[in-house]
Write a protein that binds this ligand. Sequence first.
Ligand SMILES: O=P(O)(O)O[C@@H]1C[C@H](O)[C@@H](CO)O1
Length: 287
Amino acid sequence: LRCSFEECSATAEWLLSRTEIRPLVGIVCGSGLGGLAEMLKDQMAFKYSDIPNFPQSTVHGHAGRLVFGKLKGKACVCMQGRFHLYEGYPIHKVTMPMRIFKLLGVETVILTNAAGGLNQDYKVGDIMIIKDHINMPGFAGNNPLAGPNDERFGVRFPSMSDAYDRELLQLAQGVGAELGFGDFLREGVYCVLGGPSFETIAECRMMNRLGADAVGMSTVHEVIVARHCGMRVFALSLITNQAVMDYDSQEKANHEEVLETGQLRAKQLERLVSNMVTHIEHNNNDA
Ligand SMILES: O=P(O)(O)O[C@@H]1C[C@H](O)[C@@H](CO)O1
């Protein structure tokens, strides 16, 4: 069976027998945002290539390590590198780490990504709190929950109208305001595409008209699987480039720019996430 309960349990048990850390918070680092994992104290890190049943990172800017440790005293596990559809992985493999998070005891997942800004008010370097998503591959039937459903993870038809936890969203706004990030903290809708080619001008215009504020190639699949198995979700996009919306523009999206902007804003993004983690309490999981 595809990423079966048994297979995920075996991986979780392998990890739990090698670390004493029992994480309640799971973090996923987006392109160029792996510095978050370096903030963890008392680290215990596993290379993806050493973990049974785990996929491998193939994208520049994704280190490929699962790091356990304490963030401001809270036990966390952090994916330093995620998997994308365009790497050629089947969608259930892309999202398998969410099920492993769940079986490790994680209650709250924080996901980050690099994204292109579609909203004309957004600037490069803005941090967008994701309040909702548009799942383009999902429209075509490419959903990570397609196939037989295992009730031990969750129900056949999970709701997604409550995908992004509103309390965590409020918390992020509060923490962001305290840190003085008001000028570049946004809240918006993330649209996922399969990649790896960046979008055409017509595609960007279309997504913007449909209500998307940012476009990327990840996160949504992980969110669906995390919600299916009852974890709370919070997600952030770093706007690393402006999507090209104009035929007169000479700009072209490129991965180097994505990684460079990651470096510029990484410290602030790390502070936002780590300050949030201090406020996340055990057992308030009402997912
Ligand atoms: O893992 P994320 O979503 O941050 O990665 C984005 C999307 C592509 O993988 C890459 C494009 O530059 O960055």
